[in-house]
Design a protein around this ligand. Sequence first.
Ligand SMILES: Cc1cc2nc3c(=O)[nH]c(=O)nc-3n(C[C@H](O)[C@H](O)[C@H](O)COP(=O)(O)O)c2cc1C
Length: 330
Amino acid sequence: MQIGSLFVPNRVVLAPMAGVTDRPFRQLCRRLGAGLAVSEMVASDPRLRTTRKTLQRIDHCGEPAPRSVQIAGADPVHLADAARFNVAHGADIIDINMGCPAKKVCNVAAGSALLSDEPLVGRILERVVAAVEVPVTLKIRTGPSPDRRNAVRIARIAESAGVAAVAVHGRTRKCAFRGPVEYDSIRAVKRAISIPVIANGDIASPEQARHVLAATGADAVMVGRAAQGNPWLPGAIAAHLQSGKQVEPPDELERAEVLLGHLRALHAFYGEAVGVRVARKHLSWYCKASPNGEQFWRGVNRVECAQRQLALTREFFHRAFDEAPMRLAA
Ligand SMILES: Cc1cc2nc3c(=O)[nH]c(=O)nc-3n(C[C@H](O)[C@H](O)[C@H](O)COP(=O)(O)O)c2cc1C
């Protein structure tokens, strides 16, 4: 897929998820085959630029290009400044958040709340596109509410402003995460504009991704919650879309090795105290479907020490490790 002047190696994008798509998770998903991984949103308010959260979110050390960084806010001048600031810190693509329904974001009239003000959307996009040399992308929902769906108008505003691609979560702001994803609305956006359209919402398997691409005509899919605890999913979808073949899920040994690597990366990125805490939710997602996963998680959830968290995780997967030498010998 081509986003402006940039080549994205396949048609699968990891969705921006605050609290989830930090640098370690993005690097992991890219290594396992995601074409692009969008950062957690970075606040555009200049007063928040030196908070620990922002400093961690603008850290792209070792992350492969193209690096897509999402910015959030409602003030065109702040957003344009934030775009410049993030490009200076390594962003290859600036993504603008007009899709997030979180109260914290919408209370300051940012995220999907912006969809209610089309003239402001136009001003923001023009300012941000003019501020940076890199491609600017936009993430939206299908409108503020089911009786005010305006994704097609917003997408046209975006294209006229010079935006390079639009990702559409096929629900309105009011619908939050409820109800079916509106493939018709995504298809209408695709038909209305000629820049790439990325379809998003409830995509949880390679087959479903193929179905969504066929139903919407979109250029790519964006995967969010289904990648939590399953960093293999974007890569598996990309492989399936390329080959048409079924992709084997990772075996226990690979699951264990990837999870242990992910934990170590979180400990290194956040430091031990915070890293161990951030790792807990990932541990629960990785293990929720495993037999005894619940019991393991209840124990590991109380641990404060990085070495202990790693040791308990290794123990949980002990069978995979015990059997590994036999498999290698066979
Ligand atoms: C924990 C969480 C955090 C999210 N944070 C953001 C965000 O920072 N910016 C954004 O545009 N969307 C955010 N979203 C929305 C996702 O990017 C995505 O649009 C949504 O989850 C639908 O895709 P899915 O059904 O594949 O999860 C978030 C979603 C979740 C679950």
